[in-house]
Design a protein around this ligand. Structure first.
Ligand SMILES: Cc1cc2nc3c(=O)[nH]c(=O)nc-3n(C[C@H](O)[C@H](O)[C@H](O)COP(=O)(O)OP(=O)(O)OC[C@H]3O[C@@H](n4cnc5c(N)ncnc54)[C@H](O)[C@@H]3O)c2cc1C
Length: 368
């Protein structure tokens, strides 16, 4: 890790301490922690320096994301949302909008990105939320679900239908007509502030339409998801690193049948598989980040590959870690128990395993 990234990683380790399990149980991250990391620009560390952000590369931000992911899946999820919002603004906003919004996101305001709706999950072409121009303002109505970090967010980027195309609208959480309600008891990443967002005739200035709107819906979704997927993939590397550490420590110290668990070949195989999973996921993420940083034409399949490989390996790896720890890890809040629940969700979000497989198959067919 480069020095600034290592310094940020050790600062966040100290801030999280041993509290991640409590946050998971209570379903809340401390507001001051989120604000503090936001104010240091570390929730979205790729925001360029000209907007007040750290301007890290994807590779540096990825390593930092993995580190946070190894400590607390909920905090990493909030980072993913913030980074995805910042990247969406950077790509889609006009210069005046970027100059207003990006410094906010680099200095403590928090953000979420809302695509999903009750009838639009994997198929985002079914989005029904609509934005229209009404005189000299915008009118936004719809219902978004499962929006990560929405419960902490000052700003929600809402993907909506606009005429024949789509639009991303930057909505202040406090705008009249916006209602945010937490998702009760999610399976994992329980403190990530997942929420339903209802928008009832929300009236906003025209300047809240990123880039003027009326862009293809698929372009908007792909733009935001590019960041979301690579960030989730690095988060899964973090999950695997936490699982390797816990499983190795336990297998080296717990003795059964007269020797350490790790000296029983069937347990050793779990350790080998877990370590292999971490290595494969890390290499896939490094490759995707290299493509991002070098503007490589193969970026999109590299990101989808990293997300798919990392999520599937994290889910399998976390299950193996629970198996190695057995009863020692089978309680709420334990690092491998959290990893097991959090990793399963990573196979669903930002393009489920199946959606990733469809994209990769399409890529393979076009290559052939
Ligand atoms: C923890 C968590 C965080 C989330 N964060 C956000 C967020 O920040 N913002 C946001 O907008 N949304 C968010 N979501 C929503 C998430 O993006 C959707 O859950 C996801 O896209 C899947 O949609 P769905 O749950 O409606 O499942 P469905 O689309 O109903 O799919 C159900 C199952 O069918 C499979 N499937 C669907 N279509 C196909 C097909 N054509 N071929 C093969 N299999 C298929 C899916 O892979 C899945 O296994 C989050 C969800 C969760 C659980």
């Amino acid at each position: 890790m480069r020095d600034p990234v290592a310094a940020a990683a050790s600062a966040v380790t100290a801030l999280v301490g041993d509290r991640a399990a409590d946050w998971d149980r209570t379903g809340r991250l401390p507001g001051d922690l989120v604000r503090r990391l936001g104010a240091a620009g570390q929730l979205a560390a790729q925001i360029p320096a000209k907007y007040g952000g750290p301007g890290w590369s994807s590779a540096d931000n990825g390593e930092f994301t993995a580190h946070v992911g190894s400590l607390c899946g909920s905090l990493r999820s909030v980072m993913t949302s913030q980074g995805m919002a910042a990247w969406t603004v950077e790509r889609l906003a006009d210069p005046a909008q970027a100059a207003e919004l990006l410094p906010r996101l680099a200095s403590g305001d928090t953000a979420a990105v809302a695509f999903s709706e009750p009838q639009a999950g994997s198929d985002l072409s079914a989005i029904e939320t609509t934005v229209t121009v009404d005189g000299d303002s915008l009118l936004l109505s719809g219902h978004k679900t499962w929006v990560t970090a929405a419960d902490y967010a000052d700003l929600i980027l809402v993907v909506a239908r606009m005429d024949e195309g789509g639009a991303v609208v930057a909505v202040d959480r406090t705008a009249p007509g916006v209602r945010v309600r937490r998702v009760a008891e999610p399976l994992g990443c329980r403190a990530a502030g997942h929420a339903e967002v209802r928008l009832h005739g929300v009236r906003l200035p025209l300047s809240r339409l990123l880039g003027g709107g009326r862009q293809p819906l698929s372009l908007l979704v792909t733009t935001a998801l590019a960041y979301g997927r690579i960030s989730v993939a690095w988060g899964c590397v973090g999950i695997l690193r936490a699982c390797v550490a816990a499983a190795v420590e336990h297998a080296g110290t717990r003795r059964q049948f007269g020797r350490p668990l790790g000296r029983h070949q069937l347990v050793a195989r779990h350790l080998a598989d877990l370590w292999t999973a971490e290595q494969i996921a890390a290499r896939a993420c490094e490759h995707a980040s290299r493509c991002w940083d070098e503007h490589d034409a193969g970026l999109v399949p590299a990101i989808v590959l990293a997300k798919y490989v990392s999520a599937t390996h994290a889910a399998k790896g976390a299950a193996a870690a629970v198996q190695v720890l057995a009863s020692a890890g089978a309680r709420d809040g334990h690092v491998v128990a959290r990893a097991y629940r959090d990793a399963k969700l990573m196979e669903i979000i930002e393009g489920s395993d199946e959606v990733c497989q469809l994209i990769l198959a399409d890529h393979a067919l076009r290559q052939g």
